[in-house]
Write a protein that binds this ligand. Structure first.
Ligand code: PMP
Length: 365
């Protein structure tokens, strides 16, 4: 039996236990320095080493090409919804593909800085499908095209990133990959900029990762805060202002853990196995539970599901808690349940969830 319950939170979310143990052991004294990581200058040799290792490990894990800069920023995904248009839009046109709650928020925020337009939307089917790229009404001369490659709330994931060039567009692609980063490879040849809040698949809230192609630096609007100007941040190696040092340290430990487990390829293999197990049950349980997302659009990371009788929701959740299965309540905008099964969730956790669901259905069916 595991030491802790299985935690299905969408984020902030479960971290590998080995990482938490290392952080606990190093809390008072990092590597004989006499200081905890929270207490170090971000410019000292100790933290400089932590930051450099984290950045290199991340670059290795995702095979990030040399012409992309990796920035450790603050502000989260919603911050980036403003920071991206301030840096990339030049006040022009921004095309947004609406696939769920998060891209909808990106569209609205970009509209404060640029001429933002939904060039495709799955709103009509309540964000349960993916509009085919060939149907996107991309505009000539758009400054960039924004997609969210995994919609955390709706449970919709792009199996591959769109090839904008093949669609006849010269615009760079901007990808919000907050909730599935490091669970699959990224085809950088299709990407101009990618960002991710850390609190789902990486580490503590407060760190935001930005991968930006070098030619996109240096075009920020004059209203852009200096601390959010990608060029300023890149020129200063993410140290223009004080970065979220402790979060970067934990992220670095997670990157080491990922490497020790076999890297992103192994995470993808595990993600497929976990998702197959859970969706397999959701599709074959006699109608007690159901997932509503189109098969090809289903997220491997965030699995919303519904009980046919939602009067049983509270009993389901309290029984789950007693069975050691935490934070399964669905997002309030969708209702029902949601199991987030990020890299740090073992297959055994998903099996325990399916076992509980079977038992609950037997008792209440
Ligand atoms: N984008 C995605 C895909 C997300 O899952 C989230 C957080 N749930 C956000 C953006 C917003 O991130 P934050 O709360 O860090 O601003």
């Amino acid at each position: 039996t595991p030491l802790r319950p299985y935690n299905f939170s969408a984020g902030p979310a479960v971290l590998p236990e080995a990482v938490l143990r290392t952080a606990a052991a190093e809390m008072l004294d990092w590597h004989g320095s006499g200081m905890g990581v929270m207490e170090m200058s971000h410019r000292g040799k100790e933290f400089t080493a932590i930051h450099a290792a984290a950045e290199q490990d991340l670059r290795d894990l995702l095979a990030v090409p040399a012409n992309f800069r990796i920035l450790f920023m603050q502000g989260g995904g919603l911050g980036e919804n403003a920071i991206v248009p301030m840096n990339l839009s030049r006040g022009g046109m921004v095309d947004v593909v609406v696939t769920g709650s998060w891209s909808k928020k990106s569209l609205k925020e970009a509209g404060r800085y640029a001429d933002a337009l939904a060039v495709a939307s799955n709103e009509a089917d309540h964000h349960t499908s993916l509009p085919a790229p060939a149907t996107w009404a991309l505009r000539d001369g758009a400054a960039y095209v924004h997609v969210c490659s995994n919609e955390t709330i709706d449970g919709v994931e792009m199996g591959e990133l769109p090839d904008l060039a093949a669609l006849g567009s010269r615009a760079p692609l901007v990808v919000d990959c907050s909730s599935h980063i490091l669970s699959r490879t990224i085809d950088w040849s299709r990407v101009g900029l990618a960002f991710a809040g850390a609190q789902k698949n990486i580490g503590p809230a407060g760190v935001t990762l930005v991968f930006v192609r070098e030619d996109l630096l240096g075009h920020a609007l004059s209203i852009c805060p200096s601390a959010f100007d990608y060029k300023t941040v890149a020129d200063n190696g993410s140290m223009f202002n004080t970065p979220p040092t402790y979060g970067i340290y934990i992220a670095g430990l997670v990157f080491q853990w990922l490497k020790s487990q076999g890297g992103v390829a192994e995470m993808e293999r595990r993600a497929i196995a976990k998702a197959d197990l859970l969706y397999g049950y959701l599709d074959n349980n006699g109608g007690f539970y159901r997932n509503r997302v189109a098969t090809q659009a289903r997220s491997r990371m965030n699995v919303p599901f519904f009980l046919a009788d939602d009067a049983l929701n509270d009993a389901f959740l309290s029984g789950a808690k007693d069975a050691g299965l935490l934070q399964l309540k669905g997002h309030k905008s969708v209702g029902g349940m949601r199991a987030s099964i990020y890299n740090a969730m073992p297959l055994e956790g998903v099996q325990a969830l399916v076992n509980y669901m079977q038992d609950f259905a037997r008792r209440h069916g």
